[in-house]
Structures are given as structure tokens and as C-alpha cells.
Design a protein around this ligand. Structure first.
Ligand code: BYC
Length: 328
């Protein structure tokens, strides 16, 4: 198995205290020097476990994230928009492929990851559990959800795990086209009729709370940030990423004449940080744990796709391809 024969199931304990102290300090010194950790290098079990969790969730988010926009391909206004949206959705599925490969280098098989996704055992991004009622919802995702993803990914591609960083590097290049496309769609609505402007404003009002959740719980309650920052998997805290997004995109939203549904949103000129109404973390928890408006529908679609594609996977399986190495 790629990754030095380590398998996810083989992790008996993830306690840092039980790791070899000399190996641990060499590992941390490498990270401090800015070196990349590669699959066959020694790494603490907790580093492996955390990376699998995070990369797997990211991969899941890309394939589930293709669904809300995917349903708009046939209804996108005009041939050019249909073509562009189809290419974007295809890119998102490609990102999932890259990320599943990166996670596989750590010892968890793709089949296991897909099983855990469709059985509701693993997570994916909260935002994709909300419906896309109108074309403006689709535009919101293409512009602002992609923008949020880029803020997060541009930071983390400077992180410590080689295969994840290389995957993020390529993903960010493609995402930058998505962002331009999404921005163009929104400018078109903003410069259109009153009905078009209202349609985007209404979408923005619904999407703002999930967008604030997108960067994860506030630093005060985030479970994994501390260890992930220590090992340079995350290069910024959840609040730092949220702040950076607000800094870059609130002025752009206002510039287009839209309002943001948070009366407390303002930049504190002394701290340079944005102030906002504390997001509803109870709703966030409900949604990421399976009880959002679209969780059941999203997983049902993936389960159906898995079942329909089974014969293709079986047909492709040969003794030679069964041991193919991930390309991360
Ligand atoms: N949604 O300790 P915390 C895209 C969970 S796709 C759901 O702060 P962490 C796109 C978290 O997993 C790009 N769950 O976690 C695709 C943890 O639960 P567990 C998506 C979330 O890992 C198609 C618990 O809450 N981007 O943009 O330190 C079309 C505690 O949180 C979320 C990525 O995946 C959430 N938003 O930080 C268009 C980026 N937030 O595992 C667009 C990669 C938190 O203990 N991921 N949770 O059960 C990350 O950067 C980090 O994992 C996060 C969370 C910042 C998201």
C-alpha cells in the first residue's frame, strides 16, 4: 500500500504522548523548516488521522458540491452559460478525484471513503445541504462559495503535507476561473432588471448564514484548529479565514448595490477585523450532522450514482488495475 503500508484502520491510538519523542521532534523540526511531509515519511498517527479526515471531507465536498449547481446546467440562461457551468461542474468532480487520491496516500481506500460518504459516516461542507431554488442561488455558489474556498485553499496549499498541497495548487488554478465566471454571472444580474437584482438579493439573504458557517466554527469552539495549525495543515484559523473573506468580498458585494442581511456587520477600524452577529452554531451542527434541508436528497443522489456505476467499476477491475497507485 502506498504510504508505507499504513492503513487508516491500523491506527490503534492517536495519542501524541505515545509517539517516539525523537521521531516526533524530528518531524516537527522538518515542519518548522517548511519541508513537505511525503507519504512514505514517518508521521505521528494523529497527523495521519487528521489529514485523512480533512482531505476526505474536502473531497466529499467537491462531489456533493457538484450537485446543487449540476441541476442548473439544463436551466442556465443561454448556451454560453450552460457550457461554462457544465465545465465548472466537471472541474469540481475532477477536484474530488485529486483529493481522494491525496487521501489514499495516507492509507484509506477510495472505496472506504465513498462508503463512508454514502452511509452518512463522514462529513462534507455545510453549504451543499441548502437548496438552489433559483438561477441566482447557482450564481451565489459560483461566485461567493468558490471565493470562500479559494481563500481557504490558497492559505493551506502552503501547508506541510505534499500530496494535499499539490492537489490544492491545481485546484486553486481552476477555481480562479470559476470565481471569474461566478462574478460575471452576478454582475449580469446586478446590471439587469429590478427582478434580476431582487432575485440575487433574495438568494444572498438565504445564503449568507451558511456562508458564514462555511469557514467552520469560531476559534473559541473549533475542535481541531490548534493541532492542525501546530502541524501546518491549516495555515490560518477559521476566524482568520472568515475575516479574510469578509475583507475581500463584502466591499465587492456592496459595490454591486446589494445589502448583507446582518445589521451588525462592520469593519472595526482599530483592530482591522470584521464584527458580525455570531452565526447560529446550533443550526451549523444540525446541518453538518445530517439534518439540513437537503442532506437526505444529496446522499440519495450519490447512492444512486454509486449503484448505477457499479457494473462499470466491476468491468474495469482486473488483477493489474486492482493495485494501481494513487497519483498524488
Ligand atoms: N462544513 O474543528 P473544526 C467547494 C466540522 S468545496 C461541514 O474547526 P477543522 C466547492 C469539522 O469537520 C471546498 N463540516 O474543523 C465545491 C469538525 O467535525 P469532525 C470545501 C464542517 O477541520 C463544489 C467540526 O465541524 N472546503 O468549495 O479544523 C462547488 C469542528 O470543526 C465545516 C474544504 O473542505 C463545514 N463548513 O476546520 C463549489 C476545505 N466546518 O470532523 C464549491 C478543507 C467545520 O470533528 N477543510 N466542520 O466530525 C478545511 O479547511 C477545514 O476542515 C475546515 C474546518 C476549515 C472546513
Amino acid at each position: 500500500m502506498y504510504g508505507g503500508g499504513n492503513t487508516f484502520e491500523g491506527i490503534k491510538t492517536d495519542s501524541i504522548a505515545l509517539e517516539d519523542p525523537i521521531k516526533l521532534s524530528e518531524f516537527e523540526a522538518r515542519i518548522a523548516r517548511g519541508e513537505k511531509i511525503e507519504p512514505s515519511d514517518w508521521m505521528p498517527q494523529l497527523y495521519r488521522k487528521q489529514l485523512i479526515r480533512m482531505i476526505e471531507q474536502h473531497a466529499n465536498s467537491e462531489i456533493i458540491g457538484a450537485l446543487p449547481e449540476g441541476t442548473w446546467i439544463t436551466r442556465a440562461p443561454g448556451f454560453k452559460r450552460k457550457m461554462a457551468l457544465m465545465a465548472k461542474v466537471q472541474d469540481e468532480v475532477g477536484h474530488a478525484q485529486l483529493l481522494y487520491s491525496a487521501a489514499e496516500t495516507l492509507g484509506k481506500s477510495r472505496e472506504q471513503m465513498i462508503d463512508d460518504l454514502i452511509n452518512g459516516k463522514s462529513k462534507y461542507s455545510n453549504v451543499f445541504n441548502y437548496p438552489t431554488f433559483t438561477w441566482a442561488d447557482c450564481c451565489f455558489i459560483s461566485w461567493l462559495v468558490d471565493a470562500g474556498a479559494i481563500v481557504n485553499q490558497l492559505a493551506n496549499l502552503k501547508g506541510s503535507y505534499g500530496p494535499y498541497c499539490r492537489a490544492l495548487d491545481r485546484i486553486c488554478a481552476e477555481e480562479s476561473f470559476h470565481l471569474k465566471y461566478g462574478h460575471h454571472c452576478v454582475i449580469h444580474l446586478a446590471a439587469g432588471t429590478q427582478k434580476q437584482r431582487d432575485m440575487f438579493q433574495e438568494a444572498l439573504n438565504r445564503w449568507w448564514p451558511p456562508m458564514m458557517h462555511f469557514f467552520g466554527p469560531s476559534d473559541k469552539i473549533s475542535a481541531h484548529t490548534e493541532i492542525l495549525m501546530r502541524w501546518k495543515v491549516k495555515m490560518g484559523t477559521n476566524d482568520e479565514m472568515r475575516n479574510q473573506f469578509l475583507d475581500m468580498y463584502v466591499p465587492k458585494i456592496w459595490e454591486l448595490g446589494f445589502t448583507i442581511p446582518d445589521p451588525n456587520l462592520k469593519k472595526n477600524s482599530e483592530t482591522g477585523k470584521w464584527e458580525y452577529t455570531e452565526p447560529d452554531w446550533a443550526e451549523f451542527k444540525r446541518v453538518i450532522n445530517g439534518d439540513g434541508p437537503c442532506n437526505q436528497e444529496r446522499l440519495a443522489v450519490r447512492r444512486a450514482a454509486e449503484a448505477r456505476g457499479k457494473w462499470v467499476r466491476e468491468a474495469l477491475k482486473t488483477p493489474k488495475t486492482a493495485y494501481i497507485m494513487p497519483l498524488a
